[in-house]
Design a protein around this ligand. Structure first.
Ligand SMILES: Nc1ncnc2c1ncn2[C@@H]1O[C@H](COP(=O)(O)OP(=O)(O)OP(=O)(O)O)[C@@H](O)[C@H]1O
Ligand SMILES: [Mg+2]
Length: 452
């Protein structure tokens, strides 16, 4: 992509409405535009990151054996009356009447609708286990939408629902989700810690929230510092192996880590004092096991092996897809701008031409753009007729993790400069070596992908 032809409306001034750094940087980098309180348009750069995040979520869900569907955003109130949640949900639910005066709503979550799909099509225990998920827009009329996409009213969520014959099988689904979430967040360059949480209006007995530690987080959390040493890494796990999934859950949840709703001072006090931490965190996901809470009232049953009909055991599992952009930026930025982790960066590399219009630098840049693109790398080529300082400032602001700088002086010696956004360090090398180095840097990112 040539920057001269792209749509990247960066802001020079700090937008006064933004209270936290991620919101400020998303606005300044031209990623989003607010349309109403808590409702945003996604501009090209923001959309690119949103798509990368969705791709990772899809891949990790499908790796775990979960099946994608897409449900509508609009739902009928009748469905919610069946579960009894239509009145319970309160003012966060956006209620709408259609032209026939039928009561509709913009879905804040989809337990009822997925249960309706299930009961219409699944009859036998032989069709279980089954986990369906979607990535779809949700609307919650939050009292205080704020912090940009972190607490929006319209936001993108991955919501998944498991259906199992027994409580034991549903707990395996719960553990499987926990494992897949650990992988998902790590691929995005994030540490998200599973913490014991409260189930709120979804209901249920088992639930963990995934929290990214950040001073600007809205949740108060308490944990044993040892938990931050754990990483999932690139271990291979068989998602059908219940014992293996349970072992991961035990490893990641045996140390104290709770949100304020479930925090217990007496238990916390048992941890050695130098390991006790209290901090702020951003909730980027939550998993629930809630048994037959929806299947029973809504008649989602299957015929079991003994011929008797039983309500299925269910859970639901959410990832805050659009919130993740804010969380990643909160965790990864400096005073110049965003620093995207390689796994989610909108472009893999920025290409800066120091002397636009000079035939040899233009040619060298175009050759590099072709070479990098041929290797599957997404390039943003700054071909504008701008000063070097302005080009660097834009690249730093939008946070591409790698930059190649091409100027006439270097080219005379067949060298360009490869710069790391994170460390700021630059190395001179031939254009061919720069391409080879970038291919090497991104190899693990491509290798982590599942099914392309
Ligand atoms: N208003 C929102 N804006 C952006 N993302 C959200 C919002 N509400 C929830 N999410 C994301 O969707 C995920 C799954 O939804 P869930 O029902 O667990 O939310 P929640 O617990 O009500 O969130 P919160 O406590 O932050 O209001 C959350 O973990 C969060 O990452
Ligand atoms: Mg939650």
């Amino acid at each position: 992509m040539r920057l001269s032809r792209y749509f990247l409306p960066v802001l020079k001034e700090n937008p006064s409405e933004a209270q936290i750094v991620s919101h400020r940087l998303m606005l300044r980098a031209g990623m989003i535009k607010q349309q109403a309180a808590g409702i945003y348009s996604w501009l090209p750069l923001g959309l690119k990151v949103l798509n990368r995040i969705q791709q990772i979520v899809h891949e990790e869900q499908q790796r775990a054996g979960h099946i994608p569907v897409l449900m509508p955003t609009m739902q009928s109130a009748d469905l919610w009356r069946e579960s009894g949640r239509y009145d319970d949900y309160g003012q966060e639910m956006l209620r709408i009447r259609d032209r026939h005066d039928r009561e509709m709503l913009f879905g804040p979550t989809n337990e009822e609708m997925i249960t309706d799909i299930f009961r219409a099509h699944v009859n036998s225990y032989k069709d279980l286990p089954l986990t369906l998920y979607q990535i779809q827009w949700k609307f919650r009329d939050e009292v205080r939408p704020r912090f940009g996409v972190m607490r929006g009213r319209e936001f993108l969520m991955k919501d998944g629902y498991n259906f199992d014959l027994t409580r034991e099988a549903a707990l395996h689904a719960y553990n499987r989700h926990l494992v897949s979430y650990l992988r998902t967040y790590e691929r995005m360059g994030l540490q998200a810690i599973p913490m014991r949480a409260d189930s709120g209006p979804i209901g249920g007995e088992n639930t963990h929230e995934f929290l990214v530690l950040a001073d600007t987080g809205e949740s108060e959390v308490f944990y044993d510092s040892q938990i931050t040493d754990l990483t999932f890494g690139d271990r291979q796990i068989d998602y059908d192996d219940a014992a293996a999934c349970r072992a991961v859950l035990e490893e990641f949840t045996s140390r104290y880590a709770r949100t304020d709703e479930t925090h217990d001072e007496a238990v916390f006090a048992e941890i050695p004092e130098d390991r006790r931490r209290s901090a702020r965190g951003i909730e980027v996901g939550q998993i629930f096991y809630f048994g037959t809470k929806y299947s029973e009232p809504m008649g989602a049953t299957v015929v079991g092996p003994d011929g008797a009909r039983v309500p299925v055991h269910m859970g639901s599992h959410g990832i805050g897809v659009s919130r993740l952009l804010g969380a990643i930026i909160e965790a990864s930025h400096d005073d110049k701008g965003i620093i995207w982790p390689e796994g989610v960066t909108p472009f893999h590399v920025g290409l800066v031409n120091l002397k636009q219009g000079d035939a040899s630098t233009d040619n060298a840049c175009e050759a590099l753009e072709r070479e990098l693109t041929a290797r599957g790398l997404d390039v943003l080529y700054d071909d504008r007729d701008e000063r070097a300082g302005a080009k660097f400032a834009t690249m730093d602001l939008i946070g591409l993790p790698w930059r190649i700088t091409v100027g006439p002086r270097g080219l005379a010696n067949n060298v360009v400069e490869l710069t790391s956004r994170r460390s700021g360090g630059s190395v001179e090398m031939s254009p061919a070596d720069a391409v080879a180095r970038l291919v090497e840097i991104y190899a693990p990112v491509f290798a982590a992908s599942y099914g392309g």
